[in-house]
Design a protein around this ligand. Structure first.
Ligand code: NAP
Length: 260
């Protein structure tokens, strides 16, 4: 299916690793131009080389999204280089384990800042350009927003707020024909997931316990499966879909109680 993303400029925060990297690659494979953001230049350069080797386009911007000036600069650099922005994928985030009992008000605020504020800032600065392109925003949230996890108040609150903002922005941006949707992943094997699972005494056993509970295929979701949904939501092929929260998780969040 041709998604019609050729030459479309799409910013992907955290687009150099894990889910974001898969989304950047999928945009490039569709002929679009992913502008991927990360803190580590080696990862950005590696991805850029990989795209170039496939005769695909892309651009890396090194930035720390926690820097208050970063989002404004990312948007300005993108527009200076490409003159337009069609899409935004808000994806960068870290499950930082700031809980109620083991956290503090200061750590909670920092966790919210680093998981939520740049979603708003990126959308805010991209807006004037998305109005011209009648573009699309995709927010990557998490199942923790729906199920909780325990011991991660800041992250769960940020992920819940991202779902609320998806509905809120979808409403506010109707007059401009800008669509806003969210993807809710559950268990996706990425660098972040691997470092979390390695904190358990027996990571393989823990992983098996988790995958045994994933109804569709008893396996993890792949980053590519999240990316396929993301490019669909970015594209005109989903032209009447807005304000939707899509759970891409092999039925993990919703089907478990229905299976005996
Ligand atoms: P990951 O493997 O840690 O990759 C995160 C990406 O974000 C990297 O490119 C990282 O690059 C970048 N990043 C993080 N903080 C940044 C910052 N302050 N400034 C700039 N770049 C930053 O994570 P992932 O597992 O792919 O997760 C991606 C998204 O999916 C997150 O929002 C996460 O909450 C969500 N999610 C993931 C899962 C899962 O099972 N993996 C489940 C539910 C939701 P640098 O390290 O170079 O900064």
């Amino acid at each position: 299916m041709d998604l019609g993303l050729q030459e479309k400029v799409i910013i992907v925060t955290g687009g150099t690793k894990g889910i974001g990297e898969a989304i950047s690659k999928e945009i490039a494979a569709e002929g679009g131009i992913p502008v991927f953001i990360g803190r580590t230049p080696e990862d950005g350069d590696k991805l850029l080389k990989e795209l170039e080797a496939n005769s695909q386009n892309g651009h890396f911007i090194q930035a720390d999204l926690n820097d208050p000036e970063a989002c404004k600069k990312i948007v300005a650099e993108t527009v200076k280089k490409f003159s337009s922005i069609y899409g935004l994928v808000n994806n960068a985030g870290t499950n930082d384990g700031i809980g109620l009992e083991n956290g503090s008000p200061k750590k909670f605020k920092n966790s919210l800042n680093s998981n939520l504020n740049h979603y708003y800032e990126m959308a805010h600065y991209c807006l004037e350009h998305l109005k011209i392109s009648k573009g699309s925003i995709v927010n990557i949230s998490s199942k923790t927003a729906l199920t909780g996890q325990g011991g991660t108040s800041g992250y769960a609150a940020a992920k819940g707020a991202q779902l609320a903002l998806t509905r809120e922005w979808a409403s506010e941006l109707l007059p401009y024909q800008i669509r806003v949707n969210a993807i809710i992943p559950a268990e996706v094997q990425t660098p972040q997931y691997n470092s979390w699972i390695s904190t358990f005494d027996n990571p393989e056993e823990k992983l098996k316990k988790i995958t045994d509970k994933i109804p569709l295929g008893n396996r993890m979701t792949t980053s590519e499966e999240i990316a396929h949904t993301a490019v669909f939501l970015l594209s005109e092929r989903s032209s009447h879909t807005t304000g939707q929260l899509l759970v891409v998780d092999g039925g993990y969040t919703h089907l478990d109680r229905s299976i005996t």
